[in-house]
Every structure is written in C-alpha cells, then in structure tokens.
Design a protein around this ligand. Structure first.
Ligand code: S3P
Length: 432
C-alpha cells in the first residue's frame, strides 16, 4: 500500500504510542521458560510480536489472551515440545535470534525460516557462539542464513566478546546459558539494551551484571525460574517518530505517555536535546525495574547539527533513520559514523535513508558506516521507497509533514511490524 503524507501546520496533543517491542518479545520468550503462569499487561500487538506469540504456541506453550492480559503458561527451561512444522519467524530478527538460544538446548529437532528480508539477515553472529556452546545448527552458508535447522544438544558455558554490542546476540547466549553446564559470560564494548538481564533477574535466574570495567554479564544454569507479572511501557523507538514531528513543526507540542527511558534505549532523545530540542521527562517512575516517563516535546526552531559516533549507536540503533530526518532541519552537517550495523537491519538502512533523502531534495553523503546530512534543507518532496522496512516508512512519513509537495511512500503498510496504528495516530495529532 502506497501512502501520501502532505505538509501540515503543526502537531498537538497527547499520545500513548504502542508498547515496547523488545520487552514484549521477551515477555513471552523468557516467561515461557518459567515454572508457572506469567501475566503480561499492555503486550504489543504488532507484526513482529504476534510472530513471537505464534512461534511459542507452536513450541507447545499455552498462551491465553483476553483483552487486557496475556497469560504465558511456562513449563520450565526444558519444557518445550518439538514443533510439527517449520517455524515461521516472519520479519522478526529478535524472535529468530533469541529463540535459537532456546532451541539449541532442547531435546528435539526444529527448523526456522522467515520472510525475504529476514532470510538475508546474518545469523552467524548468533549461530557461531552457540556452536561454541555445542549447539548443532545448520543452514545456508554453514548455518549463517535462514532457513536454519537445530538439533537440540547438551550445552556448555563459554566466555564471549560481543563485539557488535548486539542485544539479540547477548540475549540468545544468556538464554542458552540458563540451560548450559557451567558459566556463560558475555562481555560488551558498549552496553546494549538490558531488558533480558532485568527480566531474568526478576525471575530468579542465576545472573550477575558487572559494570565496573567492561560491560559483563554472567549467567549460570538455572533449574527453576519464577513466573512474573509484566506491564509493558510505551516504546521509545515508536515515540521517536512523534517527538521528531513535534520538534520540526512550528507551534507544536506533544505529550508522549508512559515511555520507556532506559538509558540503553533513550539515546535518540538525549541526542535531539543536544541538537537544541525542547524535551522534558515528567512523571518519572519505574515499572518492573524499567524507568518510564511522560515526555513533553515542543517545536524547537534552533536545531544545530551534531555528531553521532560508534559508542552512541547501541542506545539509538533503531532511531538513526528518524534522527536523519531531524538532522535535515538542523543548521550544519550532521555526521553519523560507526553505524555499519544499520546495513543488516530489516533493510540496508544507510542506503535506504540516503537514497530517499536525495529523492526528496536533501544533500546527503553516504559513508560505509553512516552518513553526512546537510541542513538546514528545504524538503521538496516526491517518491520514496520504504524497502518494506517499518522504520523507513515511518521516518519518511514524518519528513512528509514538512515537505513542499508531499511525500509518497511505497509499501507504507509495513509500519504494521511495530506500530499498526501509526497512520491513525498521526492523523489524530496533525493540524492542517
Ligand atoms: C533488539 C536489538 C537490536 C535492535 C532490534 C531489537 C532487541 O538489534 O536493532 O530492533 O530486542 O534485542 P541488535 O541486537 O542486532 O543490535
């Protein structure tokens, strides 16, 4: 489905954007390993997280739903059953990589595949360390690409340096570490999102976090995990689109409710503040050990260009496309480097952002590991491709709001992967 977004005057109002995708995935994956029934309030019902829900049902986990609450009937760390068919991971890298951690240590055979985008995404980063733990994983390119198959086996703990600071890799290894003999240690150069550690800790796992020198997490075999009650806060990655709209549109003010502000996730908000954006965290509180706030954000006419470097990327890894959109409206050259991971997301996001920005009239230079965006730029508008990537579709919709002749987005319905109500929410806050 194509979508056209026209110039508007401003955005105003209050929104509770959908729940956090990372925590929603984990609220099923991790609780499925508990001994007993966990409950999940405010679970994100979107493409990727519904994939997780379906996959875990196929692995024999009873999951019941009423309007408000999802109940996950965990059967223990080894309580899954052999799926009758190939597991379809859809578009979801998180489901695939975390689930590989579970499947590697079960007593059965399983096979996994995904959509055209997921089948191109690198799985070696998780298959290799899992194989060091004695996992039996095979597939295209020696177990590097989906479809993959797993023959469950007895795992042993390893020490692993997570060079790319990938939370998906870290989480897969921590999950495998729950079943493995001995200790599993994951060391990171920069801290990646830590929802897995927090949730496992709450469930009573044998896990320790050491932040003294490097970022190190240790986990030991845990036979019994307690069920928990989870309330999922709003997703900062989804909130970022609306925050961006408020910052670049004259006269705007938005209140974004219940947003997760975990420091491993709120890098985008800190960065736009550094650019000169008016942004305020109010009503700060904790939900399930996760910091949450209502965010007030206003039009900020004097935005300045910034630099984004490698160590800052993990806390804003999914927000680079929307940060690039904000950078078009800031004075000077914004330089983003150290972001080569963006090339292996749902699309090659460096290429997608650069091509699309050029198509709508922005001067931009492509770097191997990032981009340089020249601001302040008039957005002429035109036609862009989402490359079926939800975050590209939503980022360029926001840019359309400040464009002279509107922006038409190819395959914009892929927003469904993380934010099914995106276009309705956008409609509800724009003032024409
Ligand atoms: C995620 C981790 C990040 C992020 C993805 C979700 C997670 O990926 O880009 O959207 O939930 O663990 P990497 O682990 O590859 O950095």
């Amino acid at each position: 489905m194509e979508k056209e977004i026209q110039k508007v005057k401003s955005v105003k109002g209050c929104l509770r954007v959908p729940s956090d995708k990372s925590i929603s995935h984990r609220s099923i994956i991790l609780t499925s390993m508990a001994n007993g029934i966990s409950s999940v309030k405010n679970f994100l019902r979107a493409g990727d997280t519904l994939t997780t829900l379906n996959v875990y049902r196929k692995l024999g986990i009873k999951i019941t739903e009423d309007k408000e609450v999802i109940k996950v009937h965990g059967n223990g760390v080894n309580g899954f059953s052999e799926p009758e068919d190939i597991l379809d991971m859809g578009n979801s890298g998180t489901t695939t990589r975390l689930t590989l951690g579970i499947l590697s240590g079960q007593r059965f055979f399983s096979a996994l595949t995904g959509d055209e985008s997921l089948r191109k995404r690198p799985m070696k980063r998780v298959a290799l360390p899992l194989k060091q733990m004695n996992a039996k994983i095979d597939g295209r390119e020696n177990g590097g690409l989906l479809p993959l198959c797993v023959r469950g086996s007895d795992l042993k703990g390893i020490n692993f340096f997570n060079e790319k600071a990938s939370a998906q890799v870290k989480s897969a290894l921590l999950i495998a570490g729950l079943i493995a003999e001995g200790e599993t240690k994951v060391i990171e150069p920069y801290k990646s999102r830590d929802h897995t550690e927090k949730m496992l800790k709450a469930m009573g796992a044998n896990i320790q976090i050491d932040e003294q020198n490097e970022y190190t997490v240790c986990i030991r075999k845990t036979d019994k995990l307690f069920p928990i009650e989870i309330d999922v806060p709003a997703d900062p990655s989804s909130a970022a689109f609306f925050a961006a709209a408020a910052v670049i549109l004259p006269d705007s003010e938005l209140v974004l409710k219940d947003v997760l502000i975990n420091p491993t996730r709120d890098g985008f908000f800190r960065k736009i503040k550094q650019m000169g954006a008016y942004i305020e965290y109010t009503n700060k509180r904790k939900i399930n050990e996760e910091p949450v706030a209502d965010i007030i954000i206003r039009y900020s006419p004097e935005l300045k260009a910034v630099q984004v470097s490698k160590e800052e990327i993990p806390s804003m890894v999914d927000e680079i496309p929307i940060l690039a959109v904000v950078a078009t409206q800031a004075e000077g050259d914004t330089v983003i480097t150290g972001a080569s991971e963006l090339r292996v997301k749902e699309s090659d996001r460096i290429k997608a952002v650069v091509e699309n920005l050029r198509n709508v009239g922005v001067e931009v230079e492509e770097l191997q590991d990032g981009m340089v965006i020249r601001g302040k730029s008039k957005i002429k508008g035109g036609y862009v491709d989402s490359f079926k990537d939800h975050r590209i579709a939503m980022a360029f919709s926001i840019l359309g709001l400040v464009s002279e002749k509107g922006i038409k987005i190819k395959d914009a319905d892929c927003a469904y992967i993380s934010y099914p109500e995106f276009f309705e929410h956008l409609q509800s806050v724009v003032i024409k």
